[in-house]
Design a binder for this molecule. Sequence first.
Ligand SMILES: [Zn+2]
Length: 383
Amino acid sequence: MLDFAGLLLLGYPAGVKEQNFFFVLLLLLQFAANLAMAATSASSSSAATDAETLRRNRILSSKLYLDVPPSKVPLIYSASYDISFLGLEKLHPFDSSKWGRICRFLITKGILDKNSIVEPIEASQDDLLVVHSESYLRSLKSSVKVSLIIEVPPVALLPNCLVQWKVLHPFRKQVGGTILAGKLAKERGWAINVGGGFHHCSGDRGGGFCAYADISLCIHNAFVLLNISRVMIIDLDAHQGNGHEMDFAHDRRVYILDMFNSEIYPFDFEAMRYIDQKVELVSGTTTNEYLKRLDEALRVAEQNFNPELVVYNAGTDILEGDPIGRLGVSPAGIISRDEKVFRFSKERNIPLVMLTSGGYMKSSAGVIADSIANLSSKSLIDM
Ligand SMILES: [Zn+2]
């Protein structure tokens, strides 16, 4: 641009008024600048269109939306969800076999037939690329990186193939379950993935025991394959769901209601800006106070947004005595909470996906099983 102006100056005939010359020059420079801006904006909007087409094609060629026969219930689980790792799992406060224990409780209670559980497919690299960047997925080939995400330092010392097999494979299977839950919820009105809910992970960042952004992946698949364009995330895990908040920061198709303890991890103030409806709790919030705040929140959410799908992140780390969630909700309070959310969806005919998310105590599995039993006894789900 400066060279072009310099040439004009050199070649300009003597005797013409300087004012006119500079005016013409300014106009030319402005015109050139506008052309450059238009070219940049066209190229960035064409890059965005290309990325959207690529995402759409990846979703269309995914194998995760299985045909599930009517003999099965929309309750999704695989034995490979559970993480057991030479006893290393005991170093993390997370009960890493919670998912299997939930199912065993339900089977023992006579509520669930083992043969009616839906087994999902593991999410492939292409499935994950729908939301994740190549560079983020590549970074998981480092055991150090994975150890930081799942907060188990000894994992850093293990060969990555072991980490893939024992940690990331179970997570990818749970991701497949969350994505499939979207389809089953649309078909049956509800679906429960007995796992998933990795709400701290976004497309390019993992953390807080969350390596893959299953909620974002479920919603993008629903947009394309279920022809859905309005999704409400109801995130009632004790922690702020900063992963999906970053992923849908500027996406008006997704409404986020997040009720969390604001005095614990992750303190993600950037992601907080993208919560449509924020309910901040303090440590020690009791059952009555919690359920009152939830009733109010659901009333407001209903007025603000009319979803075609609800994704319910039902972490049980709100349970009293949980050292990480630090809230004081009783087991009966959790059962009542889940019932309120299922009733909210059922009364409005909105398909609902439930994910079990956080819940770090040995007692969590039993509470979740009791809650599912309660949903069944109240005919909010049909087992
Ligand atoms: Zn949590």
